[in-house]
Ligand binder design. Sequence first.
Ligand code: SAM
Length: 209
Amino acid sequence: MKQFQTKQENFWAGEFGDDYINRNSGRDMVANNIALFSKIINATDGSIKSILELGANIGLNLLALKRLLPDVEISALEINDKAVIELKNNIGEDSKIYHQSILDFKTDYQRDFVLIKGVLIHINPDILGEVYKILYESSKKYICIMEYYNPTPVSIPYRGHDGFLFKRDFAGEMLDLYSSLKLIDYGFVYHRDNNFKQDDGTWFLLSKI
Ligand SMILES: C[S@@+](CC[C@H](N)C(=O)[O-])C[C@H]1O[C@@H](n2cnc3c(N)ncnc32)[C@H](O)[C@@H]1O
């Protein structure tokens, strides 16, 4: 297997990432994502023609976004080989798929809406600034971040592994770094939701002004 620059990338490219796919699939997840993204897309100005998701796994967010915005151009980036095979099946060969680490991504052109969900929490904190830059540079207008929030940076064990899960105020840090970003909306999703469950997470919609 290709070796990446951080242990967190190797973790997701390898067996842990393969097993994650089996634990996280199912039609209910697309329905739950449709409920989530209908709120987020509703907060935009109706101009979204292109979407890029960084760390898309098998495409369960993108499938939901395609239902909400059927004519949108879809692009996805993913590090794990097995996930990329399913991603291609799920979102279609006509979508642009980057099979690589976010940390190796060079923005080719900007998309209207760039999404990252459940991925910043797994990035080595020492190089988080590089990922913020990639998010900023790859977006023409909107950046949507949905991660585990904590007011101060913390590392917590992840399924028995240390150094693979981090919580912090990712969106707030991007707002501090880039003065041309403003907060459009935010919200919380709950694993006990009566209808549309998601991992507990906080989403933030940022826009370039
Ligand atoms: C917790 S999953 C979230 C998947 C998807 N975003 C979702 O919301 O269902 C994290 C995903 O990010 C991918 N990933 C982790 N680190 C990455 C990196 N450095 N570059 C690209 N993908 C990465 C993993 O392989 C996995 O598919």
